[in-house]
Structures are given as structure tokens and as C-alpha cells.
Design a protein around this ligand. Structure first.
Ligand code: CS2
Length: 485
């Protein structure tokens, strides 16, 4: 028997235990345009918007934008953009989210993306385009990247987030449009500033007059977004179909925990996200820092160690006592002493909570998902902490070990054809060009040479030794040797 698909018609047939939009989907207008409508967005920010809509705020629907693949649009369009959020923890609950009203695919119709950002009803533009979507390099935005060169030459068909925003802001200012806030929701420091710099760079080139309008009318802001959200697999689709009684082509699973801390820098109308549980703060930097340096760093360390130990999921890596002990101590002994926390937060309690969340076996989270783009992620998550540790004369041995493990991870993942990283070709080349594929060469590719530790001879020697130990003994034995030299 063919099972019906989730959409506005089948919505009313769902069992009462399934939470559904309490608002009329047709009464929603889209005050938000979001770039990067993947799972992270759909399990997090879209849920905050959905909560506001449930509370009777009708302006905070979302127009989603995909800058690359049409897959999400193709999955969601037949469902009237409805999808299921499965919250998997000690208990399980299901909620159909209606906040996304439309989804555009940039390469198919760039002008419609420019138009929707320029549109008067749009109050807020948000991004989850992952680290590589910002084209960052040691000196800031990589002007030499082919996509950036393309946008520097012309933004009539933009290639980058900066190009889309610049083109839309030109149109918005030509229309004397309302103020706009552009808010970064990616896992990075100062995402709002990067967005501002990229937009400025392109406007200086293409429309210097618009720059003055932007200075007065556009706020670039950052936020800290937190909810563990795995990629969707067939198992989740089957589980959701069994619960809903209808088929959902793109459900998303997430942990019960959710947090959104937003820099209170808005132009024009600020959506009342506090009513949905978000927190507005004046200084976002300490919140970004604890998330990146404790949670995301912990994830990246466990992903590398777990992969090397043969685990598929983060919670499995944590079932190995030596990996669990290593991760906890790395965060408590190397990261904690050099990571100031916002007032009222205990770093120890924060770390304990993070590790507890990672143990959630009801929400398997792949080590290879965390290992995706690791060359970009470690630049935000691990490398700055090492410099801080060394400059404070603190212990950095765990982080040296983590870097050795990261190099082993890259090698093994390449060998197994598991590596998903924008620098995968460069890493392969580094090995095959018989540059020896040295530890320093791998780290240089990941931007480590712009950090002080790269010139710190004892630190780099330690990375080298740990790398050799892991390669020769295997990761668990190497950790054992690390603890009992
Ligand atoms: C993870 C993050 O995959 C990864 O790199 O570290 O996606 C992490 O799950 C989220 O930032 C949690 O909020």
C-alpha cells in the first residue's frame, strides 16, 4: 500500500500525539530569508520561528535559499515545505514544522534570490552556509578564490553569499527600502563581521554609493547556535513514517537541548525570538568562544579519535574509557584554563553537560559527519586555543596530541575514501607529490602556519611524536602511553 506523503492536505490526518502548526499556514508572511536550509537550520532556527508563529506572530515565516543543490527544495516542495522534527533523547517526540514557506535555489534563479532579500517584507537575513561558505583564509576573505574573483568581476549572477547580499542591498537601497539585519548562525567567531567585510569589498567595487546606505540601514550581527543535528538517514525516515502514518522525504532529528544566543545588534524590526527561548546579548564573543572551544572542539577531537579507533558514532567513541577520559581532560586541563566564560556560567558544568549530551545513543551522530570539512573547523575550534595556552605557559599536550590525531585522521580517511573536505585534493597531492605528507605540511594546508604555535619547536615536536605514536601503536595504545609515559 502506498503511504500518503506529508503535505498540507495530509497534515490534518496526523495522530494527535504529533505536534503540528497551530497557525494557518496561509496566513504566514516571510520576514526571514535564510541561506543554507540544511538540517542544522531546520532543527534549530526554523523551530524558533515556528514557535513564534504558534504564538500568533505571523511575520516570521522563512524563505529558504540553497546556494548549491536543489535536493532540499525537491524534497520539500511536494510537502508544501512541511517536515518533521524528531526530538530524540530519553524520550521521543515529533513535531511538524511549518515555518519554511518557500525554498529557492540560487544557481537556478539567482534574480529571485536577490529580489527576495531586497523585498520590503524581509526584515532579517540569516546564514548557515558552513565555514567554507565564507571563503576565509589567513588574511581574511580569500579574494583569489575563483568564486570571489567571479563576484569581484560581476555580481549580476552571484557566486558567493557576499555577492548575493551585495546585489540585493544595491536593489534595496535603490528602492529606498527598510533597514535590514544580516545575522550569521554558523559555528564561527565574528561571522557578522565577515559578512560585513565581504559585502563591503564587493560594494566598493560595484556600487560605492550603496555603501553609505548600508552603513546607516544594515546591521551585521552574529549568534551562537547550538543543537546537535545528525544527517537524515533511511532509518529516521522509516521511524517518522511509522509514527506519523504519512511519509516525510526530509525529516530531521535533533537532541532535546537547544540554545540560541543572539548579538543584540539589529536594524529595523527585531523578531521577538526571546519569546521562543532565545537570549539577546550585547557581547556575543564569549558565547561563541565557549561553544567553539568546548563543544565543537570536543566533537572534533572525539571524531578524529573515534574514527581512528574504528567507531562510527560519537557516543560509541565515548564508550571507550580512554577516549572519554582523554576528551574530558583535554577540555578541562588544556582548554578551560585559557577560555574565559560569560558571567554566571561554570566552565566545568558546561563541559560536563556537553559530554553528557554527546553520550545520547538515541541520536547517533557520525564521526565522519563531524570530520567533514575538519581542515576548516579546526581553525576555529582548536588552533587559537593552542596559541592561548602557550602564551599563558599552560599545558597544551592534549591539544598537541589532538593535532597529531587529526593528521592521522586525514590520512586514514583519505586512504579509505572517506574524506569529505574542501582540501581533500591538496592533502592527496601532499602525499603523492612525495613531499612526505609531513605533519607540518598537513597543518600548513589547514592554516596552522598563521598561528604562533607553528614556530614553537617543542610544541611541534610533541605533535610529531604523538602522530608517530598513533600511527605505530594505534590510537588507544597511544593514549595509554600519553597517560603513562
Ligand atoms: C559538530 C556541530 O559536526 C560538527 O562539526 O561539531 O555540528 C555540532 O553538533 C553543533 O555545532 C552543535 O550545536
Amino acid at each position: 500500500m502506498k503511504i500518503e506523503q506529508l503535505n498540507t492536505a495530509s497534515l490534518r490526518k496526523l495522530k494527535p500525539v504529533i505536534d503540528k502548526p497551530k497557525y494557518a499556514l496561509t496566513s504566514v508572511s516571510c520576514g526571514v530569508v535564510h541561506f543554507g536550509t540544511g538540517n542544522f537550520h531546520r532543527a534549530h532556527q526554523a523551530v524558533y520561528c515556528d514557535t513564534l508563529l504558534n504564538k500568533g506572530e505571523t511575520n516570521w515565516g522563512i524563505t529558504g535559499i540553497s546556494l548549491r543543490s536543489p535536493v532540499m527544495r525537491d524534497n520539500l516542495a511536494p510537502q508544501n515545505y512541511l517536515y518533521t522534527l524528531a526530538i530524540l533523547g530519553e524520550t521521543t517526540s515529533y513535531r511538524v514544522i511549518g515555518a519554511i514557506q518557500n525554498l529557492l535555489v540560487g544557481p537556478e534563479d539567482p534574480q529571485s534570490v536577490i529580489d527576495v532579500v531586497a523585498h520590503g517584507g524581509t526584515q532579517l537575513v540569516t546564514t548557515t552556509i558552513t565555514e567554507k561558505g565564507y571563503y576565509l583564509t589567513s588574511g581574511g576573505i580569500d579574494r583569489a578564490h575563483p568564486d570571489m574573483l567571479g563576484d569581484l568581476a560581476s555580481i549580476s549572477v552571484p557566486k558567493t553569499i557576499y555577492g548575493y547580499l551585495a546585489a540585493a542591498l544595491i536593489k534595496r537601497s535603490d528602492n529606498q527600502g527598510d533597514p535590514l539585519t544580516i545575522l550569521c548562525c554558523d559555528n564561527m567567531h565574528g561571522g557578522g563581521e565577515h559578512l560585513q567585510q565581504g559585502v563591503q569589498m564587493l560594494l566598493e567595487r560595484h556600487s560605492p554609493d550603496t555603501l553609505r546606505w548600508v552603513e546607516k540601514n544594515v546591521a551585521f550581527s552574529s549568534s551562537m547556535v547550538d543543537r546537535v543535528t545528525p544527517a537524515t538517514d533511511q532509518y529516521l525516515k522509516d521511524q517518522v513514517a511509522a509514527q506519523l502514518g504519512v511519509y516525510d522525504a526530509a525529516p530531521v532529528a535533533a537532541e532535546p537541548f537547544t540554545q540560541w544566543i543572539i548579538e543584540d545588534r539589529f536594524a529595523g524590526i527585531r523578531p521577538p525570538f526571546e519569546q521562543a527561548g532565545a537570549l539577546f546579548v550585547n557581547d556575543i564573543a564569549p558565547f561563541e568562544r565557549i561553544k567553539l572551544r568546548f563543544l565543537n572542539a570536543g566533537h572534533s577531537i572525539l571524531a578524529a579519535l573515534g574514527y581512528l579507533a574504528g567507531d562510527q558514532f560519537i557516543h560509541e567513541a565515548l564508550q571507550r574509557p580512554c577516549l572519554a577520559q582523554f576528551a574530558e581532560q583535554a577540555l578541562k586541563l588544556n582548554v578551560m584554563p585559557v577560555t574565559p566564560v560569560p558571567e554566571g556560567i561554570s566552565s566545568e558544568a558546561y563541559i560536563n553537560q556537553v559530554l553528557q549530551r554527546f553520550k545520547n545513543g538515541n541520536l547517533p551522530y557520525g564521526v565522519l559527519q563531524v570530520g567533514t570539512d575538519s581542515s576548516q573547523k579546526i581553525q576555529q575550534r582548536i588552533l587559537p586555543t593552542i596559541d592561548d595556552g602557550l602564551s599563558h605557559g599552560g599545558d597544551t599536550s592534549y591539544l598537541a596530541f589532538a593535532l597529531g590525531a587529526w593528521v592521522c585522521f586525514i590520512r586514514k580517511a583519505l586512504q579509505n575514501d572517506d574524506l569529505n573536505d574542501p582540501l581533500a585534493d591538496e592533502f592527496s597531492h601532499c602525499i603523492s607529490a612525495n613531499k612526505g605528507g609531513s605533519v607540518a605540511a598537513f597543518l600548513t594546508l589547514a592554516g596552522a602556519n598563521k598561528f604562533h604555535f607553528f614556530k614553537d619547536v617543542p610544541f611541534m615536536a610533541a605533535v610529531q611524536i604523538y602522530h608517530s605514536n598513533i600511527s605505530e601503536m594505534g590510537v588507544e595504545q597511544a593514549i595509554d602511553t600519553f597517560f603513562n609515559p
